[in-house]
Design a binder for this molecule. Structure first.
Ligand SMILES: [Zn+2]
Length: 395
C-alpha cells in the first residue's frame, strides 16, 4: 500500500497536514509540520472532502436524449416520451447506459447514487437491481427507489407493479402524488407508500409537488405521515417546486412542518430550471423550492443532479458541482457563505439518504476527494475534476 502526505490542505474548517498510509488516515497534524518520507507521494494545498453523493437521479432514463428527444422541453412531453420508449428497452440497454452514467458520476467524485427506477418498466428494475454488484466493484453504492412515474392509482396494475419492484430489490418506496388524478388520490397514494415503507422497514422518497400549481399541497401530508409514524430521517421529498408559488403564510407553515418532521428536501436545479414556469406567459416564475427559507428554519436540503441527458433534461455530465452552480444562480445563493454551503451540501447533506457523510479523521478509511482549491467560490468557478481516493488509492 502506498503512502501520501497532503501538506497545508483544508479539512473541514482547518488547514492541516494529513498522512495517509495503508489505506487509512494515519495522522492529522498542524499545517506544515509533517515532512514527506522517502518515496512518499506529496500533495500540497487544496481541500480534502468526503466523496460526493447523488441523492436524486434516474439511471434508467439516462443518455436517452437523442432517442427520445423532447421538442417542447416540458415535463409532460418528457413523461410521454419516456412512456413511449420504455416498452422497447432491454435489460442490456438499461444496464449499459446506467453503468456509463455511474462512471460519469464517479469521474466527478461521486461514489453514492440514489436512483429512481420506473416501476412500470420491469426491464429497468431488473437491470438496475442487477447493477448493484458492478457498482460495488467500482467502490460505489447504489440505492434504488421504486418510482411509479405515472402514479399508482391512475390505472389498474400500476400499484401491483410498484409493489413488485420492491419485491425485486428496490430499497426505497417512491410516489408521485401530484401526478395522481385528484388531490385526494395523491394523498391516498402517500398513505399507501408510507404503509408499505413502514411494513417493510424501508425509507420513503417522493417526487412531491413538482408543479407550479400553488394548490399542490402534498408535502404537508408527507410531513404529517412522517411525524405520526416517527419516521424522521427516513423520508425525502424531492423537487417541492409548488412551494415557490405558495402564499407566504402557507409556505411558512409548511417549512416549519418540514423541520418538525425531519423530512429532507432534495432540490434538483438543473431539471427544474428548464421545466418550471412553462404555463406562465410572463413574468415566468422560477418555480424553485424555497432553499433559503428552509435553511433559515433549520431544514435539511440536498442537491440532486437528477437527469443526465434524458427525455426531461437534454444536458448534463453527472457533475454534481454543475447542479450546485446552477442552484447558486437559480436560488440566488451567490453570497460567499451561501456558495460555501451549496458546495458543502454535495458531500454532507447529500449523504443523509445513505446514513450520513463519511468522517475523515485519524484511523478512518481514506476514501475522499482532493480538490485543487480550498475555496468554494473558486471550485464553483472552475468546476474541476477532483482526485478520488478509495481506501488511500487514486482511482
Ligand atoms: Zn426525478
Amino acid at each position: 500500500m502506498s503512502s501520501c502526505l497532503f501538506s497545508n490542505v483544508r479539512l473541514g474548517e482547518d488547514t492541516v497536514d494529513v498522512r495517509v498510509s495503508n489505506g487509512v488516515i494515519a495522522k492529522i497534524a498542524s499545517a506544515k509540520t509533517l515532512a514527506a518520507l522517502p518515496g512518499e507521494d506529496h500533495i500540497q494545498d487544496g481541500w480534502l472532502t468526503p466523496p460526493l453523493a447523488e441523492p436524486h437521479c434516474h439511471l434508467d432514463a439516462a443518455l436517452l436524449a437523442d432517442r427520445a428527444p423532447n421538442h417542447s422541453g416540458t415535463l409532460v412531453e418528457g413523461i410521454a416520451n419516456w412512456a413511449a420508449i420504455a416498452p422497447s428497452l432491454t435489460v442490456q440497454d438499461v444496464r449499459d447506459r446506467a453503468l456509463t452514467t455511474a462512471k460519469m458520476y464517479k469521474s466527478w467524485g461521486c461514489l453514492r447514487i440514489r436512483s429512481h427506477v420506473d416501476t412500470e418498466c420491469p426491464v429497468a428494475v431488473e437491470a438496475l437491481v442487477s447493477l448493484k454488484p458492478d457498482l460495488a466493484e467500482l467502490g460505489m453504492d447504489l440505492q434504488l427507489v421504486a418510482f411509479p412515474q405515472r402514479g399508482i392509482l391512475r390505472a389498474p396494475g400500476r400499484q401491483d407493479a410498484w409493489r413488485a419492484a420492491i419485491d425485486a430489490g428496490c430499497d426505497v418506496v417512491g410516489a408521485i402524488p401530484h401526478y395522481e388524478r385528484t388531490h385526494d388520490e395523491g394523498n391516498a397514494s402517500l398513505k399507501l407508500a408510507f404503509d408499505l415503507a413502514e411494513a417493510r422497514g424501508l425509507m420513503v422518497d417522493v417526487h412531491c409537488d413538482e408543479t407550479d400549481d400553488p394548490s399542490s399541497r402534498h408535502l404537508e401530508r408527507m410531513c404529517a405521515e412522517t411525524i405520526d409514524r416517527a419516521m424522521a430521517g427516513r423520508v425525502v421529498a424531492g423537487h417541492c417546486t409548488a412551494m415557490h408559488s405558495y402564499p407566504n403564510p402557507h409556505a411558512a407553515k409548511v417549512v416549519a412542518l418540514v423541520v418538525e418532521s425531519g423530512v429532507q428536501i432534495v432540490t434538483n436545479p438543473l431539471d427544474n430550471s428548464v421545466l418550471q414556469g412553462r404555463y406562465d406567459n410572463g413574468p415566468v416564475r422560477r418555480g424553485h423550492t424555497r432553499v433559503k427559507a428552509l435553511w433559515a428554519a433549520g431544514a435539511s436540503v440536498g442537491i440532486g443532479h437528477d437527469s443526465v441527458q434524458d427525455p426531461w433534461y437534454p444536458l448534463g455530465t453527472a457533475n454534481l458541482v454543475d447542479a450546485a452552480y446552477v442552484l447558486v444562480h437559480y436560488a440566488q445563493c451567490s453570497g460567499l457563505a451561501e456558495m460555501e454551503r451549496v458546495f458543502r451540501t454535495l458531500w454532507d447533506e447529500n449523504h443523509r439518504p445513505f446514513g450520513g457523510a463519511p468522517v475523515l479523521a485519524e484511523g478512518k478509511v481514506a476514501t475522499m476527494c482532493w480538490w485543487p482549491q480550498s475555496d468554494a467560490r473558486m471550485l464553483l468557478v472552475h468546476r474541476p475534476r477532483p482526485t478520488i481516493y478509495i481506501a488511500g488509492e487514486v482511482t
